[in-house]
Design a binder for this molecule. Structure first.
Ligand code: IPT
Length: 946
């Protein structure tokens, strides 16, 4: 079973933190991690491919291998992913040809990238001792810009290019639905987001959202392959003005995971990747216009790397499948006629999924017919078993299924030398330890369940179940077949001994959540991938590893509170036990496990009060001052460019053909007045939620403050007074570039959507002569300055061009001024301060910068720069994001930090930030660390800055 979690290395620039997330995924019981690689970040200037800084892939591959996770590498060339250009480079927007087709100019464009990235991936394949087992070509090559259709020549070319780069592992692709596109890959698969993306209504599920028809498509398209889902919904993205990620996490919470993931198991899915498992951050200009800074995604692991309840639910499922080899050779038997089957209750659907190789084990997946129903259903199961058909529960009573729930009932399921003839409670895991079979079963609290065991023959004795711990009462009966059936209700934990060789733990769900299955490393370079000698431990917010030496069991992990451990391990491997290197004072229970309690070490820390720090401020809009020279700006002199979008200007006035693809863009129109003009009209395109401000010389003439649904805005801004005929003036426009659009459909030009001025005119003066249009974005454009923080970190603000956001810049001559004092005129102010942190090792205390909403002149935007990394774009009146997590490693936890804030006021009265604080998101003791800080080169004079 490839049970995988999606993570985007580029959404976390701290290389040393990858291992934390990967260990968390491993501890969930997963076997793999799936990653996108972003072409545009790696090749921002055509021909200059860089793996510098956070773009180096090797640390991630190494960390995955160390954590014991296989890797599915997805380098595109197109990736979608709610990222700028969907991963296509900015220079692609003006490079001719139909992209994502066999068009020669596109093929020539992507080939050097696929060669370079392919070689790095190839070196990390399992055949070379690395973790990579699958490589995905393209992404959702499923929709096509009319009149174009699927380009088979492109697909063949791309496969050839992957092979030429040295890829020998199977090549995959993810169709957007099981639609049969790009089936020439080795293992075709598809994506599924059954609950959609309406995070504002997280309790609304569509009644028929559970897609059962996928199985038919799989049987038709590639029955000989694993049923592969390369992206299954693990959360949702959220856009400007959206509902926020907590809503997304509810929409895709534990109930969703139970119903929708289990239905996918009902269809024998054996390659299953959850998108996202850890979303990360759209720091810098990584986002496309449809999302904001956070890419938390409502995933199992939050942006601050905190575990949500849904993490623990998925852990139960992944651990079960990891010990269920019969599942790997199963096939559903009754797709399309699941309603009422095996239960006689038409409000329920039950899929029968049988092991068609072992011909023994059956999985019966029960769910509500109307997935959105909250009704509680009771049912009895009539199931075929190895001893004939049984009416379950055999010992009387009936089973219940709550609304928005689903269960996997097993039949003839082998667990060591024990066989579960059937179980209505679900299996968390099982293991054979010191000759005893240990089986962990769970159900919702208070639910009635029944399990029957077929035990190895013990002559002369009939099986009997004895409660050795816990409060559950057990009803039991030896069935005619000789199997022992026990009936019980799950509350907390009850341990039952059955004969000398079987111990059953009956857990309710929240108790089950607390269990971890750890595997001490085996030998060799794949030691962390071992699945032998499981050690089962209850307790702890997160357990990461177990290792055994000289009879000592060393457990590592994270605690957020006092932990009460219960350890199920071979006696010889647990004569003593330590947690995070401290010896535990263990006690042996009457039934042979070890218990111990351990306090969490959670020292208090002092955080700076940001508003009490010394801040310095400077104007970041000298461009409107009379003495400012735009001599070094790019002259907008192109008469045409390759682009099918419409524009009405005589010269090209959008930024990409001039090499500016991110952040703020500034324009200057030099003109000679006729004396007739009363204002300036312009149609400006910036992407969703963008804004612009406009000046005539140094007079503010107006702004578009922006709203969530608008990506362009056409408006007229009047001049304050008539101009003298023949006099020279300048219109200055400051605007947002919200990111290059994605190009979801093949052959589409969507990513070429212009950012800039699509049309303009002088009111009442058609003859006004613009003598020059000039523009600037980030310093250097595609030849960007900061190779460590990458091509999307800096935009075109004066402060950014000068490098004022960087640590080490000397602001001592600046005036005092705080973002909470703000400015009283429209414009851009830039603020800097420094503060120290002193947070001890051995804890994980994620931090976030938190804004509160300002109602005075509410239309403004702020960007946060932490040690030079742009880690937040706040739009006061659009939101929704107010909390901006910044990871350790960007923040220096033991040393000095430089915080910079840009404030762009689009209201005539200026703006100020209401409050900005640094807050703790969580406190845990951790075995993880120490964390190496991401490199943060300091300011150096930028000779060509302007
Ligand atoms: C699917 C993409 O493959 C993935 O890159 C990402 O954009 C995801 O959606 C949504 O977060 S596209 C599918 C929803 C049509």
């Amino acid at each position: 079973m490839v049970f995988s979690g999606e993570v985007h290395p580029f959404r976390n620039p701290v290389q040393s933190l990858h291992f934390d997330v990967l260990q968390k995924i491993k501890s969930m019981g997963f076997s793999a991690v799936s990653i996108y690689i972003h072409w545009g970040l790696l090749e921002p200037e055509r021909g200059e491919i860089s793996f510098e800084g956070f773009r180096d892939l090797q640390p991630f591959f190494d960390a995955a291998k160390k954590a014991g996770l296989y890797v599915i590498a997805r380098p595109g060339p197109y990736i979608n992913a709610e990222t700028a250009g969907g991963g296509l480079p900015g220079w692609g927007t003006y490079t001719p040809g139909l992209w994502r087709t066999a068009n020669a100019s596109y093929v020539e464009a992507y080939q050097p990238y696929i060669k370079a990235v392919g070689e790095v991936i190839a070196n990390n394949q399992i055949t070379h001792g690395g973790p990579v087992i699958l490589v995905q070509a393209e992404n959702e090559y499923s929709g096509f810009w009319p009149p174009y259709t699927e380009d088979f020549e492109y697909e063949a070319q791309l496969l050839k290019d992957f092979r030429n780069a040295g890829i020998v592992v199977p090549i995959t692709t993810n169709d957007a639905w099981p639609g049969g596109h790009f089936t020439s890959v080795d293992i075709y698969g598809y994506d599924s987001y059954p609950n959609g993306f309406d995070c504002a209504h997280p309790y609304v599920w569509s009644p028929d959202a559970v897609p059962e028809y996928f199985w038919g498509s799989h049987e038709q398209l590639n029955p000989e392959d694993p049923n592969a889902v390369y992206e299954f919904q693990g959360g949702g993205f959220d856009g400007w003005g959206g509902a926020g990620y907590e809503g997304c996490s509810v929409l895709t919470g534990p109930e969703f995971e139970r119903v929708f993931y289990k239905n996918q198991y009902a269809m024998s899915t054996t390659i299953f990747n959850i998108y996202m498992t850890f979303g990360g951050t759209n720091w810098g200009g990584i986002s496309h216009p449809g999302v904001y800074t956070s890419y938390d995604y409502g995933a199992a692991i939050t942006e601050s790397r905190v575990l949500r309840e849904k993490y623990y639910e998925t852990k139960l499922q992944a651990n079960f499948l990891a010990v269920s080899p019969a599942y790997l050779t199963s096939k559903p038997q009754n797709i399309g006629s699941t309603q009422g089957s095996f239960t006689g209750n038409s409000a329920l659907k039950t899929t029968q999924t049988l092991d068609v190789v072992g011909n023994k084990t059956g999985f019966y997946i029960v769910r509500q017919t109307d997935a959105s129903s909250f009704a509680v259903q009771s049912y009895n199961l009539t199931l075929p078993t190895s001893v004939g058909a049984l009416q379950i529960p055999v010992l009387g009573g009936s089973l219940t299924l709550s609304g928005k729930d689903s269960k996997i009932h097993v039949v003839d399921y082998a667990a060591g030398s024990t066989t579960l003839l059937y179980s209505t409670s679900e299996i968390l895991t099982w293991a054979t330890i010191d000759g005893q079979d240990i089986i962990l079963l769970y159900g919702n609290q208070g639910e009635l369940h029944e399990t029957a065991f077929i035990l190895p023959q013990t002559p002369g004795s009939s099986p009997f179940a004895r409660v050795v711990s816990g409060t559950a009462t057990i009803k039991q009966q030896v069935l005619p077949s000789g199997a022992l059936a026990i009936q019980y209700t799950a509350t907390d934990q009850t341990v039952v001994q059955i004969g000398p060789k079987l111990k059953v733990f009956i857990l309710d769900r929240s108790t089950a959540y607390q269990y971890w299955v750890l595997h001490p490393p085996t030998v060799g370079s794949f030691a962390s991938f071992g699945t032998e000698n499981p050690i089962i431990v209850k307790g702890g917010y997160l357990l990461r590893t177990a290792s055994v030496s000289d009879g000592n069991l060393a457990i590592t992990g994270d605690l957020n509170d006092t932990a009460t451990f219960e350890i199920i391990a071979p006696a010889a491997s647990s004569r003593t036990v330590s947690f995070n290197s401290e010896k535990l004072n263990t006690k042996k229970t009457s039934y042979g496990t070890l218990t111990a309690s351990r306090n969490a070490h959670l020292p208090d820390v002092d955080l700076p009060k940001l508003n009490s720090l010394t801040w310095r401020a400077a104007d970041s809009l000298p461009e409107i001052l009379p003495n400012y020279s735009d001599e070094k700006w790019t002259v907008a002199d192109l008469e045409t460019t390759f682009n099918e979008w419409n524009w009405t200007t005589p010269l090209i006035l959008f930024s990409s053909p001039y090499g500016y693809h991110t952040g703020n863009i500034l324009w200057r129109a030099h003109f000679t007045a006729t004396g007739m003009e009363t204002g300036f009209s312009a149609n400006i395109s910036g992407g969703l939620a963008f804004a612009y401000s406009m000046w005539l010389d140094d007079s503010f003439i107006g702004a578009w403050t922006g709203d969530a649904p608008s990506d362009t805005h056409n408006d007229t801004h009047n001049f304050p007074s008539p101009l003298v005929s023949g006099s020279s003036h300048i219109i200055t426009i400051l605007m947002d570039h919200m990111g290059i659009e994605q190009s979801w459909a093949g052959a589409s030009d969507w990513f070429r959507m212009p950012r800039g001025v699509l049309g303009y005119s002088f009111v009442n003066s058609p003859d006004t002569n613009v003598t020059a249009w000039k523009l600037t974005g980030n310093l250097g454009g595609e030849s960007y300055v900061d190779h460590v923080r990458g091509p999307l970190n800096e935009g075109g603000l004066y402060a950014e061009r000068q490098g004022w956001h960087l640590p080490g810049f000397d602001d001592s001559k600046w005036a005092l001024g705080k973002p909470t004092e703000g400015i009283s005129n429209p414009g851009v102010a830039f603020y800097r301060t420094t503060f120290d942190l002193n947070i001890p090792h051995g804890v994980d205390y994620p931090l976030a910068f938190v804004f509160t909403n300002s109602t005075t002149n509410p239309h403004f935007r702020a960007k946060l720069y932490v040690n030079g990394y742009q880690f937040g774009r706040y739009i006061n009146h659009i939101g929704p994001q107010k909390v901006f997590p910044v990871p350790q490693g960007i923040l220096r936890y033991n040393g000095q930090n430089t915080l910079a804030v840009s404030l762009w006021a689009t209201d005539a009265g200026g703006a100020k930030i209401n409050s900005l604080n640094l807050e703790l998101r969580q406190k845990v003791e951790t075995s993880f660390g120490p964390i190496d800080n991401a490199p943060a080169p300091t300011w150096r004079q930028r000779p060509n800055a302007f």
